[in-house]
Design a protein around this ligand. Structure first.
Ligand code: JB2
Length: 212
């Protein structure tokens, strides 16, 4: 069966995903995006065919959520579930310059981008972004829908729970547990566990917002 791959979201992150796919020998077929102004245009020669309602009946076989940030539209988890509900298979992509241990596991629909490193026995869930040059050290467990932003570093045996966000350049000490939907600010040094839903920032990271 020929793969026909849909991208959900056509912004900056989509451009990175498109180039990672091409580097890995994959061809994106089309993009869906909520922004009407983009319909009929293209992103790096990939056409934007309409909004999420165009997924069903598009002939797509696979999809990847190509949206990085939480904006005014649907979040990454909702988009992932939408792709599944439309009957498509989530596609994992690994940029050829990423270093992935043979004992690491990568879930469906996840993206491991340029220069990222997954070390021994690291486990990454579904719909995760391991962004450019991020490092996931040995025995880390990363839950579904997590975004590890550019250059962030998880030391050994860190656990990151579902849909948490690790900001660019942040570092997380060994054995720390990060709760679901927590947000780690850019450049932070996380030296103790982080409660679900909270925001921590700084070196060392301090709580700026408790769980909601
Ligand atoms: O519900 C939606 C939806 N909501 C927003 N469905 C679909 N199909 N698309 C949606 N979008 C679209 O995602 C917006 O209309 C916009 O075109 C795109 C988001 O683009 P933006 O460039 O604002 O963000 P991004 O998520 O692609 O990139 C962010 O995250 C990356 C990881 C940026 O912060 C980048 O700098 C960052 N590297």
């Amino acid at each position: 069966m020929t793969m026909r791959i849909a991208l959900l979201g056509g912004g900056g992150h989509a451009a990175v995903i498109i180039e990672a796919m091409r580097a890995a020998g994959l061809a994106p077929a089309f993009i869906v995006d909520r922004n009407k102004a983009m319909w009929g245009r293209s992103v790096l020669e990939v056409p934007v065919i309409g909004d999420d309602d165009h997924l069903a009946g598009s002939g797509a076989t696979h999809f990847i959520v190509s949206l990085g940030a939480v904006g005014p539209g649907r979040d990454r988890q909702t988009l992932f579930e939408l792709g599944i509900a439309a009957g498509l298979k989530p596609l994992a992509i690994i940029h050829p310059t990423a270093i992935v241990s043979p004992s690491a596991m990568i879930g469906a629909g996840s993206a491991v981008l340029a220069g990222a490193v997954l070390c021994a026995r690291a486990t990454v869930g579904r719909n995760v972004i391991v962004n450019t040059r991020a490092v996931v050290e040995h025995d880390c467990t990363v839950g579904d829908h997590v975004h590890i932003a550019t250059g962030a570093c998880l030391s050994g045996q860190v656990q990151v729970s579902e849909a948490a966000f690790i900001g660019a350049g942040a570092a997380v000490r060994q054995n720390v547990v990060i709760g679901a939907h927590a947000c780690i600010g850019l450049g932070s040094a996380v030296v103790r566990d982080v409660a679900a839903g909270s925001l921590v920032v700084g070196v060392p990271a301090e709580v700026k917002r408790m769980s909601v």
